[in-house]
Design a binder for this molecule. Sequence first.
Ligand code: NAD
Ligand code: TYD
Length: 332
Amino acid sequence: MKLLVTGGAGFIGSNFIRYVLREHADDRVVNLDKLTYAGNPANLADIQRDPRYAFVQGDICDAALVRETLRGVDAVVNFAAESHVDRSLVEPDGFLRTDVFGVFTLLEAVRECRIPRLLHISTDEVYGSVAHGSSAEQDPLRPSNPYSASKAGGDLLALSYWRTHGVPVVITRSSNNFGPYQYPEKVVPLFITNAIDDQPLPLYGDGRNVRDWLYVLDNCAAIDLVLRRGRDGEVYNIGGGHEVENVVLTHEILRLTGKPETLIRRVTDRPGHDRRYSVDSTKVGQLGWAPRHPFAAALETTVRWYREHESWWRPLKSGEFRAWYERQYANR
Ligand code: NAD
Ligand code: TYD
C-alpha cells in the first residue's frame, strides 16, 4: 500500500510510520505534517533516508496541497491534530481549525479523488467522563472541553460523509498513549523529565482522576489492523485495559526514576477535568487485537527511553515549551 499519513511527525504518527515500514516491507509512506510546536522531524531521523518514505511539510487545511499529496495513495491515516487539552482551554482556535476543518478538508479531497480508505484517529475523550463501566462505540458523545469537542466534531463529520456520500471512513478511538517520542507537555513525559531534573511534578486537583494507559506500540498495532481489516463506516475503540489514578501513576514514575515523593506538587485542578475515561475494546478484539505490552514493563521501558534520549527532549523543554510551562504552571 501507499499511505498518506498526516501528522506523522508527532508522537503517535511517528511511531506508526516506523511500525508500518517495519511490518510491511512493500508499503510506502508520505508524511504530510505542518510541523507545529508538537511536530518534530527528529522523531523520524532514523528513517528519513528510507526510499519508501517521503516528507511533505504542509497543512491538512490546504485543500490544493492535500489533493496533490493524495496522488496514487491507497489509504489516508489522519493523526494531524492539536492534541493537548490544557492548550485547548486557553487557545482553542487551532483546535477547531485542524481537528474539525482539517478533517473536513481531508474528507472532501478523499471523496473527490476516490481514495479507497480514510482512517481517522480519534480519542476516548469524545465520550466524556465515564462514572461507571466502559464506553462502547455506539454510546453518545459528551465531550467536556474544546479539544474533545473538536475531536467529536471531526468524528461526526467523518461518519456523515460515510452515510451521505459513501466516503470509506473508519475511526479509531484510543485511550491515553505513552511511550517514546511523546512531547513533554503530556503527563507521562512531563513527569519523567521533571523527575530526572529534580523539578516538581504538578499533580492536578486531588490526583484521583483515572486514565486507561495504552503503550503507543500497542495502539500502532491496532491502528494497522483496523486500517487493513476494519469495516467502512465503523468506529473501533482501543483501550490499554490498565486504568490508573494519576497519583498512582505519579508514584510509579518517582519509583522508576529513583526520586522522592516530596517532588509531588498539588496544584489547582484543570477546569472541566474529566474524572475517568474507560473504553470497551471488544470490537477491535474481534479483529484479533489485544495489548501485548504490560503496563509496568512498558512504563519502565519508557522511563529508560527518556533517560537515554536527553538529547531528544532537552531542546524541546526550552524555547516554546518553557514559555508555555511558565504561563500554565507559574501561579497555579
Ligand atoms: P501530537 O500533538 O504529538 O502530534 C500532532 C501532529 O500533527 C504534529 O506532528 C503536528 O505538527 C501535526 N499537525 C498539527 N496540526 C496540523 C495541520 N493543520 N496539518 C498538518 N499537520 C498538523 O499528537 P499525538 O499525541 O501524536 O496524537 C495523534 C492523534 O491521536 C491526534 O489526532 C489525537 O487526537 C489522537 N489521540 C492521541 C492520544 C494520546 O494519548 N496522545 C490518545 C488518543 C487519541
Ligand atoms: P494529559 O497527559 O494532559 O492527557 P489527557 O488530559 O488528554 O488525558 O493528562 C493526563 C492526566 O494527568 C489528566 O487527568 C490530567 C493530569 N495531569 C496532571 O495532573 N498534571 C499535569 O501537569 C498534566 C499535564 C496532566
